[in-house]
Ligand binder design. Structure first.
Ligand code: NAD
Ligand code: UFG
Length: 348
């Protein structure tokens, strides 16, 4: 039996893809998730895709802020490491409900770290975000850029990074890897698992996919006057399967005795505009995406993409897929599951 990994938020978009990858790589995985933004069907699908490895996955519906439940879990099982995805991630909602975000993301993380320390489990991989680069002065973003945040969601990522650095400073037995994801998109090539946000999607590709299957009439393009190739915002889109693989690479790195608290970008190093992404999706799906041009969205940066040198050098990891594969797999998921893991919304 391989190492046993606790995965918080493992029923979610990135978590479910990572859990599958871990199972196929021989790890035992224990998922905790409160299903606030996910469905237990994702866990069933991961089990199906994992085939003979499915018995190595167990699931507990637990909220991170339920400290007694965390205590009970750690008292009953020994974990080699934790991958911590669980958190709320809607930027706009975080502006309206900052306390909810600070409570869920920060208090939840503090409880997790406390319980880990109490049980001698001091290896952590944390989901940070390129959001901590704000509007970067230049691109590509390297890990040593100054970090700042433009909204409460971003601040939770920034604060948790700092908390992890302080925890490591106080106790060098900790080994922590902070992964700054750029823009995860796409789905598992089977089309059986993918992103299924509750409510109106905030992010580009889930919105595009809902337009393609007829759930929404048009995509609103936020900003056409940026200083970019076609005036629309540029981002570093990364296939979620590549991102999942980045977590396996991070777990391998935690075995390195010299590691303390390290940060790595997970991106492709390539920038793609909104219109380029829409064109790639139209090609992959054969569907026309009607566009409505609008002003800039508050808090959006013009161009953000990663320097991938550090991850390539130290994690021995590099993204394999380009936007064609991202759009192909996104469409496979959308066309097989136009309503995600749920059933069609009732007509209004
Ligand atoms: P997601 O919403 O699909 O997954 C997060 C999961 O955490 C969900 O299943 C949710 O139910 C669970 N969760 C939330 N609060 C919880 C709590 N208190 N207790 C237990 N479970 C809880 O999001 P995702 O896209 O898979 O993102 C995973 C992580 O990566 C998040 O921390 C997110 O902030 C970070 N991230 C995401 C992106 C992105 O664009 N998707 C970019 C950068 C960073
Ligand atoms: N966009 C649109 N219309 C939409 C949605 C997005 O034009 O309906 C544009 C945005 O203006 C931006 C680009 O598409 O130019 C990408 O927007 P996303 O919302 O998909 O991604 P962001 O880069 O704004 O932010 C996302 C997450 C953050 C995370 C960041 C980096 O929302 O939480 O990626 O990982 F921090």
């Amino acid at each position: 039996m391989g190492e046993k990994i606790l995965v918080s938020g493992g029923a979610g978009y990135i978590g479910s893809h990572t859990v599958l990858q871990l199972l196929l790589g021989g790890y035992e995985t224990v998922v905790i998730d409160n299903l606030d933004n996910s469905s237990v069907v994702a866990i069933d699908r991961v089990r199906f895709l994992a085939a003979q490895y499915a018995p190595n996955l167990s699931f507990h519906q637990v909220d991170l802020r339920d400290k007694p439940a965390l205590e009970k879990l750690f008292a009953s099982e020994k974990f080699d490491a934790v991958i911590h995805f669980a958190g709320l991630k809607a930027v706009g909602e975080s502006v309206h409900k900052p306390l909810l975000y600070y409570d869920n993301n920060i208090i939840g993380t503090i409880y997790l770290l406390e319980v880990m320390a109490a049980h001698g489990c001091k290896k952590l991989v944390f989901s940070s975000s390129a959001t901590v680069y704000g509007w970067p002065k230049e691109v590509p973003c390297t890990e040593d850029f100054p970090i700042n945040a433009l909204n409460p969601y971003g601040r939770t990522k920034l604060f948790i990074e700092e908390i992890c650095r302080d925890v490591y400073q106080s106790d060098s037995e900790w080994k922590v890897i902070l992964l700054r994801y750029f823009n995860p998109v796409g789905a598992h090539p089977s089309g059986d698992i993918g992103e299924d946000p509750h409510g109106t999607p905030n992010n580009l590709m889930p919105f595009v996919q809902q337009v393609a299957v007829g759930r929404r009439p048009a995509l609103t393009v936020f900003g056409t006057d940026y200083n970019t190739v076609d005036g629309t915002g540029v981002r570093d889109y990364i296939h979620v399967v590549d991102l999942a693989e980045g977590h396996s690479a991070a777990l391998r790195k935690l075995a390195d005795p010299s590691i303390g608290c390290e940060v790595y970008n997970l991106g492709t190093g390539k920038g793609t505009s909104v219109l380029e992404m829409v064109a790639a999706f139209e090609k992959a799906s054969g569907k026309k995406i009607p566009l409505v041009k609008a002003g800039r969205r508050a808090g959006d940066a013009e161009i953000v993409y990663a320097s991938t040198d550090k991850a390539e050098r130290e994690l021995n990891w590099k993204a394999k897929y380009g936007i064609e594969e991202m759009c192909r797999d996104q469409w496979k998921w959308a066309s097989k599951n136009p309503y995600g893991y749920g059933s069609p919304e009732p007509a209004t």
